[in-house]
Design a protein around this ligand. Structure first.
Ligand code: PGA
Length: 255
């Protein structure tokens, strides 16, 4: 049984104080043993504070991005080693904003995935097509190429060590989510691909949908047969809204 995983991607939002306030409220809302795995990914500047509040709770925290090199001349960047110091268990790899705004290509993403796995953390690997690619019928070939390169050389012994996020670029931050049928279609293809690439265990990798997920549409996505959670941007900034989305993952699983 694949346990749903709902991830908050705060992007470049929240001061340390805002982050702490959010978490105090989320801890009030979430039971001690939530049925859904919850992961919060703050800015690197808030990681230490987030780690302090969440240590010993059932909520995990992760990095939005980090360089795979342990140290070096990378002005303005943080390394995976540095974020690990703050107790992260997850890292988002290949987010479309990193691809489009910071020039990250599939090869760099592959190195990040590899470094994340070698460090014993869970990569949340994002894949997705642009609107143009979808209109030209290239959605799957685009996503497949991202997968082939990013997971090149990866050996997956335990499917819970990898999370895949299908995030159509045109749905991110736009308020216009994909159609649930399209999300399911893509998630099913991803699952087939994972099964072929990694064997039976590959089919057990959790697949999230991301792109304008909100409390109002969460259940429609999280109830899909091959969707096991959500990567949430804008609607994860408010703890009540994030928690409602997480509850959608539980409700979506009810027969
Ligand atoms: P959004 O962002 O929920 O604001 O569309 C999703 C993401 O960037 O992962």
């Amino acid at each position: 049984m694949r346990r749903p995983v709902v991830v908050a991607n705060w992007k470049m939002h929240k001061s340390v104080q805002d982050a702490e306030r959010f978490l105090r409220r989320l801890l009030e809302l979430a039971p001690q043993r939530p049925q859904v795995e919850l992961v919060v990914c703050p800015s690197a500047t808030a990681l230490q504070a987030v780690g302090r509040v969440l240590a010993g709770t059932k909520i995990a925290w992760g990095a939005q991005s980090a360089r795979p090199e342990p140290e070096g001349a990378f002005t303005g960047e943080v390394s995976l080693t540095q974020v690990i110091e703050h107790g992260v268990t997850h890292m988002i790899c290949g987010h479309s904003e990193r691809r489009a705004l910071f020039g990250e290509d599939n090869r760099l993403i592959a190195r990040k995935v590899e470094a994340t796995l070698s460090a014993g953390l869970v990569p949340i690997l994002c894949v997705g097509e642009t609107l143009d690619q979808r209109r030209h019928g290239e959605a799957w070939s685009m996503v497949e190429e991202q997968l082939v390169v990013a997971l090149h050389g990866v050996e997956l012994e335990d499917p819970s060590r990898l999370v895949l996020a299908y995030e159509p670029v045109w749905a991110i931050g736009t308020g216009v989510a994909a159609q649930p049928d399209d999300a399911q279609d893509m998630a099913a293809r991803l699952r087939r691909w994972l099964g072929e690439r990694f064997g039976a265990g590959g089919g057990e990798v959790r697949i999230q949908y991301g792109g304008s997920v909100k409390p109002e549409n969460a259940r429609a996505f999280l109830g899909l047969a091959d969707v096991d959670g959500a990567l949430v941007g804008g609607a994860s900034l408010d703890p009540d809204s994030f928690w409602k989305i997480a509850q959608g993952a539980v409700a979506g699983r009810q027969p």
